[in-house]
Design a protein around this ligand. Sequence first.
Ligand code: ZN
Ligand code: ZN
Ligand code: ZN
Length: 377
Amino acid sequence: MSGELSAARLARLGAVRAAMAEHGVDALLLSLGADLPWLSGYQAMPLERPTVLVVPSDAPATLVVPRLEAPRVEPDGTLFALRPWDELEDPVALVAGLVGARRSLAVSDRCWAQLLLALQSELPKASWRLASSVIGPLREIKDVHEIAALAAAASAADAVAAALFAGEIPLIGRSEAEVSAEIGRRLIDAGHERVNFAIVASGPNAASPHHEPGARRIRAGEAVVCDFGGTMRTEQTGTAGYCSDTTRTVVTGPPSAELQECYEVLQDAQATAVAAVRPGVTCEAIDVAAREPITAAGFGEYFVHRTGHGIGIDEHEAPWIIGGNATTIRPGHAFSVEPGIYLPGRFGARIEDIVVATEEGVRPLNTSEHGLVVVEA
Ligand code: ZN
Ligand code: ZN
Ligand code: ZN
């Protein structure tokens, strides 16, 4: 691990301790979810044997990990001590011992109920809150390492989009599931370690934003929404991978006048919303910027979801780009801008980029073609 990355993690631990003090949290217990890899670089296995990073407010941190998974941990003595537990040990008692008499505890949002309920009966006097209430605001703002990792993942996804536009991923006559599998393979070839999803929604299926790609064969002359992303590790982030997520809509032949019109409205809305991103603007205002042109064109009721979501180690995380969210954008906020128009039973379209707010304004990380590309392959 690079010294720089190690220093970045130490800085995160310092910020976490300050947030714990501010919120009056005596100990933080991180198990499953993105908080642990964000802070320590270690991703716990989502299995029945518990892994918990115990961070007391007034003592060094300890990673309690199953003995057989301990070799996966990159040792970093400056961040935490390692306490492997043996098969016949009780990890809940071990964690409770490290917590001791501390009362105000924060636990990973995605800690399994099995572990939390066992901890609660072992620590009956403790009060509990979600770790996101302490760590969430810190994780929202990406540092230079994280932005570099998101940019690398976005470029890799853009390479797959470019192949799609070039007709290198045949569409006509193939099933959505086949195309989805090919997009997934190409994400891996482009450097991702894992495919998180590859939505391929053709014809009337494109009107379903989270369509599950299936047996439907793609025909000539229809819109195909391709929304894909995965997790990529880089030297910048060690073992914690960062996500890509991009959507492009192509048409397998000359588009109908109606699809063309709809797409132009959508492209304008997406570009307007991206241009609205800058420090000081609210999440809600970005959502409004995307929604206004779509509503003005009469398609408002067909834009059925929020404009975007934050992205990092988790594919979907705060900040949420949605009406009612008064969170102010700050430099380092990274999120999707992904308006869509979905006409039930007929067709749909979506355009999605990941963007990062900078001191100067906005840096779009996805830069593949935004126009409606005809792919006659
Ligand atoms: Zn989605
Ligand atoms: Zn997406
Ligand atoms: Zn998305």
